[in-house]
Design a protein around this ligand. Structure first.
Ligand code: PLP
Length: 363
C-alpha cells in the first residue's frame, strides 16, 4: 500500500454525515454569501484564537493583500518577510506595489531570524511579515519593534506561543483554509484577524468593494469573501482542530521514538508546534527521496527555489549567496508523511525505508 504525504480524506471521513447535514442546511436557506454561517464562524474562530475579531475572505493570499492594503502598505514602502516560504507571502507585498525585503532564517526553526530582520529595518519599513512555517510558531515578541507585525499564519492554525495562539500575537494575522492546512475548508477560504477595531473595519470594507451598504463606495476594494458552504464546513472542523493538532504532535514524537534521528536531523520540538508539515534535514536528499519513490512513500521538498531567487522577483536584485541559511534549507529540507491519524505501522515503514537508503549508519 502506498503511503501518501498527507491524507485529508482520513481527517473528514468520520464527519461526513454531519458535513452533509450542514451543507443541506445551507442549501435549504438559499443564502450563500456573507450570511449566518460566516458570521458564526468568524465569531467562533476569533474566540478560539483569542483574537479580537476575524473576517472571512476568499483565500489566504487575498487575506494578505487585503490586510496590507488596510494597513496602508503601497508603493515606496518596504515589508520585511522570509524568502523560505510559499510565494504568496512576498507576492502579496509586490501586489500592493510595495517592496519585499527578505531577511534570513534561523537554521534550527526555519523561521525568520530576528537579528536578520533588525538588520533590514529602514525608515521605509512599513510592516514585518513573519510566517509560522510548517506549523512552528514564531515568537513575535522577539522581532524588532520597528513596524506593525502581520503574521502569515496560513500553516499554523492552533499553534501557540505559551498560552497565546498565533493569530493574536501581532497587529493582524492571516490564515488560509486551503485543503492541506491544519484547519481547512472544502475549497478555497481565508481569514484575517486583528485586535484593532479600526483595522478590522477597514478589512471588512475592502473585502466587499470598499462599501458598507452596497450603495456608497468609499474605497477601491476587492470582491473577496468566504462563502456560507465553506463556513459551514469550517465550523464543524474548528471543533476538531485541537484534537487533529494533538494527533500531528503525537505522530511527530513517534518518528523520533522510532529512531528517525539516526538518519536525518529532526525538527526541534516545542510545545506550541502544530506540525503542518513534518520537515527533516538531510545532506543526502536525492538518495533518500529516490528510495521513498521506490517504496511508494509520499514526500515533498518545499521552496527549493527560495523567493529571492524567483524569476518574478528578479527585479529586486537579489542573487545566490545573499541568504545563506535560506538557501541551505532549500537544498536540505524534506517533508515526510504526516497527518493526524497516520499509523505507527506506516511511520515504521517510512523510517525503515530511510534507514535502508541512508549512507549514515547508526553506530
Ligand atoms: C497556503 C499559504 C498561503 C496562501 O493561501 P491560499 O489560501 O492558497 O491563497 C500564504 N502563505 C503561506 C505561508 C501559505 O502556506
Amino acid at each position: 500500500m502506498p503511503i501518501p504525504l498527507t491524507d485529508v480524506r482520513a481527517q473528514y471521513a468520520p464527519l461526513l454525515d454531519e458535513l452533509k447535514a450542514r451543507i443541506a442546511g445551507v442549501l435549504d436557506s438559499g443564502h450563500f454569501i456573507l450570511g449566518p454561517e460566516v458570521k458564526a464562524f468568524e465569531e467562533e474562530a476569533a474566540r478560539f484564537l483569542g483574537a479580537g475579531e476575524a473576517m472571512g475572505v476568499a483565500n489566504g493570499t487575498d487575506a494578505l493583500v487585503i490586510v496590507l492594503d488596510a494597513l496602508g502598505v503601497g508603493p515606496g514602502d518596504e515589508v520585511i518577510c522570509p524568502s523560505f516560504t510559499f510565494y504568496a507571502t512576498a507576492e502579496s507585498v509586490a501586489r500592493r506595489g510595495a517592496t519585499p525585503v527578505f531577511a534570513d532564517i534561523d537554521p534550527v526553526t526555519l523561521n525568520l531570524d530576528p537579528q536578520s530582520v533588525a538588520a533590514n529595518v529602514t525608515e521605509r519599513t512599513k510592516a514585518i511579515l513573519p510566517v509560522h512555517l510548517f506549523g512552528r510558531p514564531l515568537d513575535v515578541a522577539a522581532l524588532p519593534d520597528a513596524a506593525p507585525v502581520v503574521e502569515d499564519a496560513a500553516q499554523a492554525f492552533g499553534a501557540a506561543v505559551g498560552d497565546r495562539r498565533v493569530g493574536s500575537l501581532g497587529a493582524a494575522a492571516t490564515f488560509s483554509f486551503y485543503p492541506t492546512k491544519n484547519l481547512f475548508g472544502l475549497g478555497d477560504g481565508g481569514l484575517v484577524t486583528t485586535a484593532e477595531a479600526e483595522l478590522g473595519e477597514r478589512v471588512r470594507l475592502l473585502r466587499f468593494h470598499g462599501s458598507r451598504d452596497k450603495q456608497t463606495f468609499e474605497a477601491v476594494g476587492y470582491n473577496s469573501r468566504l462563502d456560507e458552504l465553506q463556513a459551514a464546513a469550517l465550523r464543524i472542523f474548528l471543533r476538531h482542530v485541537d484534537e487533529w493538532n494533538a494527533g500531528r504532535r503525537a505522530a511527530a514524537a513517534r518518528y523520533a521514538g522510532l529512531g528517525l534521528g539516526e538518519v536525518c536531523e529532526l525538527p526541534a520540538d516545542e510545545p506550541g508546534h502544530v506540525y503542518h508539515m513534518y520537515v527533516v534535514r538531510t545532506s543526502e536528499r536525492e538518495r533518500l527521496t529516490a528510495a521513498l519513490d521506490q517504496a511508494d512513500i509520499g514526500w515533498a521538498a518545499y521552496y527549493t527555489t527560495p523567493l529571492h531567487l524567483q524569476p518574478a522577483l528578479a527585479g529586486l536584485g537579489y542573487s545566490e549567496g545573499d541568504l545563506p541559511d535560506t538557501e541551505r534549507a532549500a537544498r536540505e529540507t524534506l517533508a515526510l508523511p504526516l497527518w493526524p491519524a497516520i499509523t505507527r505501522e506506516q511511520q515504521e515503514r517510512v523510517v525503515e525505508c530511510l534507514r535502508a537508503a541512508s549512507s549514515v549508519k547508526a553506530a
